[in-house]
Structure formats: C-alpha cells, structure tokens
Design a protein around this ligand. Structure first.
Ligand SMILES: [Zn+2]
Length: 412
C-alpha cells in the first residue's frame, strides 16, 4: 500500500513538474474565423468520414471491455488458460505463456470485425492504399510482434510470481518499469522496421535546411528518416521516437509528396520541439512509473477476496488469473485515456509553440495545418466530448488559432 502511494505520488509530482500546464493561447474567436475559411464541403466530408469511423471504434471499445470483464470476472478466463496448458501436461510455462496469449487472442479475434470495418471505411474514403491483402499482412505482423513481446512479458512475470510468491509485486513493478524503458529504446530499431522501410532523406536543399535548423535549435539529430508510408496510406504524418542512440525524426514519404518544402520544415520544427523538451524520455519515464504502479495496484486489488472468487482462482499471481489481470488493466486504461489525451494535447501544443518560434513563420504553419486536415480528412473542429475523450493533439482550428495569436504577439 505504501509502495503504491509512493509510486502514485511520484507520478503526480512528475505530472505537476513535467506537464506544460500553461497552454499557449488559441482564442476561440480565431478558431471560428479559421473554421469559416475552410471550404464547406471539405469540413462536411471530414465530419462524414469521422462519423463513419465512430460505430466501429466505439463498438470495438465496448466489446473489448465486455470480453475482458467476461474473461476476468467469471471463471471463463481461468478455464481458457487451463485449456491452453492441457496438451502440455498442465505445465505452468504452457499455462503462463500459451494461456496468456490465448486470452489476448480471443479478445483480438472478437474485435477483429471492427478492425475490418475501419479498414473498409478508410478504403471507401480513399485514405487506405494497400488493399485487403496488405491490411491482412500488417495485421498478422502486429499479432506476431505482440506475441513475441507478450510471451517474454508473461514468462518473466510468472517466473517472478513463482520464485518470489510474497515479493513478486516488487520485482514485477521493477520489471514492468524496465520493460517500458527497454521498449522505448528498441521499438524504433526492431519493431518499426517490421512495418515500414526507413531511408535517410535524400541529399538536397530540404535536407540541408532541416539539418541546419536542428543545429540552430541545439538538437542533435543524426538523420531525418523517410518512412514508406505511402504503401499503406495517403495520410501524412511525422514523429520522433527512440531514446539516446535510437532517437530519430521520421517523416512520411506522403508528407514529402503532398506538402511544400516550407511546410515540411514547419512539421520537422514541431518534431524538434518534442526532441528538445525530451518528450519521449519524459513519456518513457512516466510510462515506467505508471507500469510499476499498475503492478502494485494489481497486487493489492488481486488480494481482494471477492474478485478472485469471481474469477475462480486462488491468487491473482497464478497464470489462471490472467483474465482477471486483463480485465483490471482494461478498466484502468479506459479511466486513464482522457487523462493521457489531455496531457498529450498540452505537450503537442508546446511543440507547436516551439515550431512557431523556431521558424518564425506562422503563415506556413497554418497552411500546413490546413493541408494536414485536408489530406487526413480531419474534422477541423471536432465534437467536444470526443476531443476530451480521445484527442491526442489540439484540433486543427486550435492549432491555426495558436499560429494567429503568435503572429499578433510577434507583430507587436
Ligand atoms: Zn507532435
């Protein structure tokens, strides 16, 4: 209990210190003015597209929750784990790894129709370019990657619960935190290449300009990488990932095709903001603290008799209780989603402010936001409830309004 309190306090302190609570101004009047400048049919099409995605997205959420609760709060999950271990003489490793993966697979397979729904909508609106075969290959790849990472985590976790039946929560918390940090380092070099090919941006004026900007900004960037996203999507994007030696700035090839060089510069300036403020490192750190807190909370909740009785298990530390763990983690994830989204929006607004200050070019920044919304079929001013629930970035009109406020401030 004390450990959980300490971890939660550490999380809150990290949040208070590291989240940029002050948000650069983006007056609503500017937002509405920006919205009026959008072609009416473009806004209508964006809203239609988002509405078409909604039933699948929320259906998957709801079904995922129901399945998790069914496997966790009834003996069904325990039975599934037993079943997976049976061909191997009920060996604990088979139960831990195969049983755990079976629980996850059941949830994945049941929500598969919703994933297909999403792909059908993306295809209908012309955003997806890789067809059903490409989609299936990507899906199988992501199952394979999750299975490998999941098997390692399951084996590690249940080895610890066996070796240290009284102290597993302490080792488990440390292990979960360590895994989050490790994944931050290795995902960009081991997992991202499974889905995309990355090539250094070709020599030329744009690359020279970007590297010069990074140097001016004091951010060490070895390279700007281009991802071949066009084989899957028409959407444009860029991101930073990795830590230390694996840190990289990645732009989609679709962005280079769609946007002007000045707009690409604006996007990369935003990504440099993330690098400068160490957003990936801070995100990894809070993720590690959060993972540790989750393990301790699972231990405390899992010692609660009524829950283990519902799941038909003796202890939350046994492989048969994996369904219960998934149910608790799923509920916690749903509760945490709006908080994570709110923090993410503030971090993104700070990166936007950095891009504006670094380029000193709010007009291009605004043009880029308009283009992003157009190509990605965004709703420039999405419904408030959806924004609060899930938006990881400020809305398009917010970002444009921030650029206008910056321009006014700079013009003074
Ligand atoms: Zn960003």
């Amino acid at each position: 209990m004390l450990t959980l309190a300490a971890l939660v306090t550490a999380l809150l302190v990290a949040g208070a210190l590291l989240v940029p609570w002050h948000r650069p101004p983006a007056p609503r009047a500017d937002q509405l003015a920006a919205l009026r400048e959008f072609p009416v049919d473009q806004v209508a099409r964006g809203r239609e597209f988002r509405a078409a995605l909604r039933p699948g997205a929320y259906g998957a959420l709801l079904l995922g929750l129901l399945v998790a609760l069914l496997l966790g709060l009834t003996p069904l999950g325990a039975r599934l784990v037993e079943l997976a271990g049976r061909p191997f003489g009920d060996h604990w490793i088979a139960r831990a790894v195969l049983g755990g993966l079976a629980v996850v697979l059941v949830a994945d397979l049941l929500t598969l129709p919703f994933a297909a729904w999403r792909q059908a909508v993306l295809t209908r609106y012309g955003l997806s370019t890789h067809g059903w075969s490409g989609w299936t290959v990507d899906l199988l790849k992501s199952y394979a990657v999750s299975a490998v990472i999941g098997a390692v985590a399951l084996l590690g976790f249940y080895t610890v619960t066996r070796l240290a039946p009284r102290w597993w929560w302490a080792f488990g918390a440390a292990g979960a935190a360590g895994l989050v940090v490790l994944l931050s380092f290795v995902l960009p070099v081991l997992v991202e290449p499974v889905f995309n090919r990355f090539t250094p941006m070709e020599q030329g004026p744009l690359r020279t300009e970007l590297m010069a900007m990074a140097a001016r900004d004091g951010v060490p960037v070895r390279d700007v990488l281009v991802a071949d996203a066009s084989r899957r999507t028409k959407a444009v994007n860029a991101y930073v990932s990795g830590l230390g030696p694996t840190r990289r700035v990645v732009v989609y090839d679709t962005l280079l095709r769609e946007a002007t060089p000045a707009e690409v510069t604006s996007v990369v300036a935003h990504e440099l903001g993330h690098a400068r403020d160490r957003d990936v490192a801070v995100g990894t750190l809070t993720g590690a603290l959060g993972a540790a807190a989750v393990v301790v909370a699972l231990y405390l909740l899992g010692s609660w008799g009524p829950l283990t009785r519902l799941a038909g298990v003796d202890s939350v530390a046994e492989p048969r209780a994996f369904g219960l763990l998934i149910a608790l983690v799923t509920v916690a994830g749903l509760v945490a989603a709006p908080v994570q989204a709110a923090v993410s929006r503030r971090v993104e607004a700070r990166a936007d402010a950095h891009a504006l200050a670094l380029t000193g070019d709010p007009a291009t920044f605004e043009a880029m936001q308009r283009r992003l919304a157009g190509v990605n079929l965004a709703d420039p001013d999405p419904p408030r409830w959806e924004y609060l629930w899930s938006a990881s970035h400020p809305s398009t009109v917010e970002r444009m309004a921030a650029a206008r406020a910056y321009a006014r401030e700079a013009g003074r």
